[in-house]
Design a protein around this ligand. Structure first.
Ligand code: FNR
Length: 379
């Protein structure tokens, strides 16, 4: 509201409130390698583009005289209450866009009461990000190491540090064909960025001949060999249950049968996501996968959504198509790049304000009022 009223009153914000312009200025601000690591996608970028185009095929049908002056956008997902159904998607190696990295993101998220999902590929340790997040809600995302003891140790640390929900990313058991990053040689990573979680882990360290401080490149390669190259099957999930006593969410679900299997496996939630178009080029737009999945399992499991959410209208559309909440990816990373904690806060507040206004102007007071009747398919 403050950003809105300031803009209304002639005060320019420090950074653009438009996600496309913010991406454009991030391209000028950052070196090409980090910028393209964030902005890039798999292959030709077809799925990343499709994610956006899918939102455009749905239009909101506003209702009038619904007394929507006062709105309550709060919701609760898997025991976490939030002022609006928006979470920060797990994004690794945030130090490549701003030195303040994940702790800055954690402070901005906590200040607004929005849950941050911390990536296993964080550039700051689980414990340090938890300290920055304070009493803010926090979830932990797992890239699943094929060494069970290392995996168990990381989960135990996350639990002890107050992360309440485990998000297991299934779509990245190995990195996709990403031309931008291949051309850049993935250089930032080989220098040890994004390795804070394993490097601070006693069990991982015990697997090395020398400490990561003495030989970073070989420690990085050891870690990469633990978290990439091993796909799993549905019967592997009980391992996670044994090592995590809170809710578990599977991220990267795109097929309705996989959503049903998640229910059958006793999972608590799923994220309908194609990783922002960064894994399977040519994959279905995430929003196109959402309605069928939400209809099939939405009454038995929490259905979350990400990939392509940029505006308040996008949030509204995803919720109307059956998502309980959405995760925001690239936009807040551009905010971080522009202004650390302030930049992340600016982007989050902008999305929240835009969502709030779109809800009100389309005649909705609560997220429970959204549904199939809210939208019409264009064309
Ligand atoms: C990601 N994403 C991601 N996902 C995950 O589970 N673990 C991770 O470490 C990362 N890292 C990561 C880095 C960067 C730079 C990006 C852009 C994305 C995927 C992320 O959680 C989410 O699925 C997408 O970003 C959502 O799409 P949008 O909002 O970026 O279009």
């Amino acid at each position: 509201n403050e950003i809105y009223l300031q803009g209304y009153g002639g005060t320019k914000p420090a950074f653009s409130t438009d996600p496309t312009r913010l991406e454009a200025s991030a391209a000028e601000l950052l070196a090409p390698e980090p910028f393209w690591y964030v902005a890039g996608a798999a292959g030709s970028g077809a799925t990343a583009r499709a994610n956006r185009e899918a939102f455009d095929r749905w239009r909101i049908v506003p209702r009038m005289l619904t007394d929507a002056t006062e709105r309550d956008l709060s919701t609760s997902v898997l025991g976490t209450t939030m002022p609006a159904p928006v979470l920060l998607a797990p994004v690794g190696v945030q130090s490549i866009v701003h030195a303040d990295a994940e702790p800055a993101t954690a402070r901005a998220a906590a200040g607004l009461g929005l849950p941050m999902v911390l990536s296993t590929a964080s550039s700051t340790s689980i414990e340090d990000v938890a300290a920055a997040s304070g009493s803010g809600p926090r979830w932990f995302q797992l890239y699943w190491p094929n060494d069970p003891d290392v995996c168990g140790s990381i989960l135990c640390r996350a639990k002890r540090a107050g992360y309440s929900v485990l998000v297991v990313t299934l779509d990245t058991w190995t990195l996709a064909w990403r031309p931008c990053d291949l051309d850049a040689g993935y250089l930032p990573f080989l220098h040890g960025e994004g390795m804070a979680v394993p490097f601070s882990d006693p069990v991982f360290r015990s697997r090395l001949d020398t400490s990561p401080e003495e030989d970073t490149p070989s420690a990085v390669l050891r870690w990469i060999s633990m978290v990439t190259g091993t796909d799993r099957a549905w019967d592997a999930l009980p391992f996670l249950r044994e090592h995590w006593d809170g809710p578990i969410v599977l991220k990267g679900i795109q097929h309705v049968d996989d959503a049903r299997r998640a229910v059958a496996a006793g999972m608590d939630g799923i994220v309908v996501s194609n990783h922002g178009g960064r894994q399977v080029d040519g994959a279905i737009a995430a929003l196109d996968a959402l309605p069928e999945i939400a209809t099939a399992v939405g009454d038995r499991i929490e259905v979350l959504f990400d990939s392509g959410v940029r505006t308040g209208a996008d949030v509204l559309k995803a919720l109307a198509l059956g998502a309980r909440a959405v995760l925001l990816g690239r936009p807040y990373v551009y905010g971080l790049a522009h202004g650390g904690e302030d930049g992340v806060r600016h982007v989050l507040r902008s999305v929240l304000a835009d969502f709030d206004l779109t809800m009100g102007l389309s005649g909705h007071r609560t997220v429970a009022e959204l549904g199939a009747a809210t939208l019409r398919r264009a064309g």
